[in-house]
Design a binder for this molecule. Sequence first.
Ligand SMILES: [Zn+2]
Length: 254
Amino acid sequence: MRDFTHKIYRDFLISLKKENFQFITVEEYFSLKYDKNRAFIIIRHDVDRRPKSSLKMAKIENSMGIKATYYFRTISRTLKPDIIREIATLGHEIGYHYESLAETNGNYEKAIRDFARNLSKLREIYPIKSISMHGRPTSKWDSRLLWKRYNYRDYGILSEPYLDIDFKKVLYITDAGREWNNDLINRRDRVNSSFNFGFKHTEEIILNIDRGVLPNKIMVNIHPEHWSENNIEWYRVLLIRKIKNFVKRQLLNL
Ligand SMILES: [Zn+2]
């Protein structure tokens, strides 16, 4: 069966619901607004490009009574106020997917100004409380390093999941590069984990949920642009991914 379709995404959500997982946003997690006695999953989406794909996913989740957190880059392709507002209206949290240190080639002073400027642009649309780093594999700069010199809490930000969640206790699953937890093509979207599931297909994740063998604390990072609702879209995404992952592998081998 083809992977990364909206149908499989729905199946994934259905099996989580059957296992009685509660779906919480990043803000709810950090403000402790959830039931501590129940399993939880934080669905986090990085909106790297194609914000319309995110809107589709936001609608699927909303139709199933599910909330997620959407981190938007502030490049012109993704900073689409109407789409961001619509996703927020569907009950989801909006966060800022920053890349300031990569954007300014490691210039910390320029980077923090870039960060503050983009944050205030997003805050014209939504009261942002959470940020997450965009990995930008073509840059040698890891934007999280900005927080060695500055403090995002000074900007009214409560959390950066990469830095504030203990991934020894919370299972982290990411579809970066349209493959599950594949470090060979994934330069920065990694965490220090104590779990080792090695999923190849979404079906395997679903099977593990159904068997009740996944931990009861999970964060999954899903890039909506990798997932498609029809055949044409699916092949288009596959082709783009093959090219991008080829380029990424070359970069990582350097
Ligand atoms: Zn990203």
